[in-house]
Structures are given as structure tokens and as C-alpha cells.
Design a protein around this ligand. Sequence first.
Ligand SMILES: Cc1cc2nc3c(=O)[nH]c(=O)nc-3n(C[C@H](O)[C@H](O)[C@H](O)COP(=O)(O)OP(=O)(O)OC[C@H]3O[C@@H](n4cnc5c(N)ncnc54)[C@H](O)[C@@H]3O)c2cc1C
Length: 453
Amino acid sequence: MRFSIAPPQSEDLSNPSRTIQSYWTETAPPERPGAPLEGDVETEVAIIGGGYTGLACALTLARDHGVQATVLEAGDIGWGASGRNGGIVSIDCTQLSLREKQRRVGEAETIRFYASQAEAVVNLRALIAEEGIACDASGASVLEVASSPRGYEEMAQQVSYYTQKLGLRARRLSRDALREESFESPYAFGALECAPAFSVHPLKLVLGIAAAAVRGGAVLHPNSAVRSWRREGRRHLLETDRGTVRARFVALATNGFPPTRLQPSVTSRALPVLSNIIVTRPLSDEQREAHGWRDHRPMYDDRNLLRYFRMLPDGRFLLGARGDVWGTETGAKAMRQALLRDLEAMFPAWADVPITHFWRGPICATLSRAPSIGRSQDDPTVLFAFGYHGTGVNSATWCGAALARLIAEGDDGEEGIPSLYRGRPPRVPFPGLKPYLVGAGLLWRGLRDRLGF
Ligand SMILES: Cc1cc2nc3c(=O)[nH]c(=O)nc-3n(C[C@H](O)[C@H](O)[C@H](O)COP(=O)(O)OP(=O)(O)OC[C@H]3O[C@@H](n4cnc5c(N)ncnc54)[C@H](O)[C@@H]3O)c2cc1C
């Protein structure tokens, strides 16, 4: 099975039979759940994609609604973005500013959207506790670092909206306050702290959700890419290399790995964008002290092309950023170099710290710059959830559960879904245009950062 972000691609993005070497794969237990599909099976709901969306959907269907659910995943469980992200659990899976949200859906629905995002963080923490998922969950808030004095000024408005309208815990930290309680850097001009948020080991999390789904009664088939999909009367027939699944409903949970030949009326609306991560060797006490580092909260900054970072439990530093749309080896080398330059600019004293890991994967954007949950217009027994814009740890788990309710409760399941998630985003007429569109978006965002608007 090969995915087509844009040819030619490197193996880590296109070949699910290849294990992704990352800091997470090195530090998670090696066992992976489930066995490839062999033979012909019947199920109520077939779910394509074994990441947070697909597994949360399967868990909710099987455990909470007693509905038979079968997950088909092209690689190992968690092979996609769910097993290789930055592990920052925080809010806002859109690329819309507050004002843009208010213009699009009005004040009440904007507040409902933010409430659902905060609920997604809280629910995930509760799920981790209830199911006893050992995924190194820690912290209770996130810092958004201001990369300019203007950025810091603008955070005042955000804080008052978060606290007064949304009832979230938020506050601004001046540059001095940041230096006192967190870290010091020539690039940081203050920060906004927002709760709820926390951090996890993302691969341990996805494996833990998978184990909970199995305990709840779901069936998982890794290494079982869906090759073809057709209707057979009232059932869908999905074919893998060594078996078939007949199902009344199909849930597409493929996010940044849209299989172009399956259900193009949905998958043509998903825009993969690569996100890249470096991890350093553990920093010595002196190296940490050079930037006064004393924080384990996850962080990102306020740039349009944002950087996200966190100190890992064993003292390594993780830094990530978006960039590259073609997925070639040359692009990977360029992104690794770009991250090294970022590390040096943000934390000059760490410029020479060796990098031990580099990997990447696709996040999923949409032309509406918002996620999408719903049913196919052509066939109401086909459902989907995608487009979390790189904030998927909370959002994908929440959307997967919402998808399950849509299936199990029919129209009643729609009630809890704020309107920002509803409706399909515009489709990209030719799949070959996707990388150009995404590339143009990245260039535009980079330009805005450089020119400061
Ligand atoms: C490098 C990186 C860093 C990130 N950092 C963060 C972060 O810090 N915080 C955050 O909130 N979000 C982050 N994200 C985003 C987050 O990881 C995703 O939004 C989330 O994992 C999406 O989950 P998912 O289940 O929808 O998709 P995925 O986990 O990508 O799963 C989709 C699955 O579908 C499978 N599939 C596709 N086609 C088929 C087929 N035909 N048959 C069977 N299976 C198929 C794929 O193999 C894949 O495993 C990051 C993403 C990346 C790549």
C-alpha cells in the first residue's frame, strides 16, 4: 500500500509496512495489538484507519453502545500521525483567528466550539485515568510563547476572552515572569499560559486506546490496508490483501493519509502538510541552566508557522515545525537543517547539542481551515472525521467518539457537534494540485512571519 501525498515520497510517509524510527518507538513497549485480517468477516461498522480517530470511534461504539466495530489499519496500530506527534494536548484545531470564527458561525457557536475543545482535553485525561493508560501524561497547562513584543501585547485580548467568555484558566507571563518560572531566550518576549492542557507519550497513548478498545469488544486488524471498496446491496464490501469485511457502516478515519482511490468525494478534501520533529541528546544541568530552563509544560509559539517544543521526561529537548509538501528525502534533509537553525536561534546555548532523532509525518489541513465531521452526502452510511490542523491529540479522540455517536444514535448524535465542525470543506478538484496549494499556504504564512503581519 502506498499513500500519495505527492510523488515522489520517502518511505516513512508512503509505506506502512515500514516502522517509523522515532524517539517514541524507541521508548514504547514493542508489542503491537491485533492481527492482519484473514478471510471474510461481517461487522456492523468498519473503520478505516487505526489512529486516535478510528480507535476512539471503535472504543465508543463497542464499549459504550455495544456496537460491533472492526478497525482496518494499513500499518501497525498507530503507524500514522497518532504514533509520531509531539504529544502536546491543547486546544484549537482550526486555523481561524477568533474574529474569523465569530464571523463564520457567530458568538454562541464560537464559544461552543472552544468549550468542545476544552472538553476534548478534559475527556482525554479522564479516559487515560479510567482505562489506566500508562502514557506519561503530565502537566495541566500549555504555554504559547510570544516571539515579538507585539505578539505579547496581543495576548492580553486573548487572555480576557479565554477567562471571561470561555471560563478557561489563562494568564499572561511577562518576559521577566517567563524567565523566573520557565526559561530565558532572546526569542521569547513573554507567554500566555492556558489550561486545560497536558503532554503525553503519543505512541503509548494510541496503544493504550487500542487496548481499551479491544477490552471494550472492538476488533483490530493492523497491516490490513483497504484496497477496494464497493456496495453490495445494503452492505459495504471492503477488500484487503487477505480478506474482506462486509459492514453496514464505514467510518473513514484516515486524516493526513487520505487514500485517494477510496471515496474521493471525502478524501479529496483532506490536505496533508508535513510536520517535522528533532529530539536532542539529554541536556546536562549546565546546558539547561544556560537558558534557565525549569519547566515541563508543553509549549508552542505565536508565529503563523509555529514551532512547538517541550522538555521530555529524560531531559531531551523536542522541537517541531511544519514545512515541506513533497515528502522527498531532500525535503527531509532541508527540514532537519531548518529545525537546527531554529534551535540555534531560539536557544543559542544548545546549538551544538547533538540531535539523536528526526522524523516527520502529515498533519491534515482543509480549505475551510476547520475540521470536518459528518456523513457522506452520497451515502449516509459512510461517515468521516478529519482536518485537525496539527491539534489532533485532543481533537481526534473527541471527533472519533462523536463519530461513534453519529452512528449509534443517528441524528441525535449530531446535537453535541458545534457547527464549526459540520459540513464538508471544499474539495480540491485535482489531487495533483494539493501540494501546490499547501506549499502556497506555507509560503504565505512564512512571509507573514518575516514581515510581521
Ligand atoms: C510530526 C507531527 C507532530 C504533531 N504534533 C501534534 C501535537 O503535539 N499535538 C497535537 O494535538 N497534534 C499533533 N499532531 C497531529 C496529530 O498527530 C493528528 O491530528 C492525529 O494523530 C490524527 O489522528 P487520526 O487517527 O485522525 O490520523 P492518523 O493517526 O494519521 O491515522 C490515520 C491512519 O489511516 C491509515 N490508513 C490510510 N489509508 C488506509 C487504508 N486504505 N486502509 C487502512 N488504513 C489506512 C494510515 O495508515 C494511518 O495510520 C502532529 C502530527 C504530526 C505528523
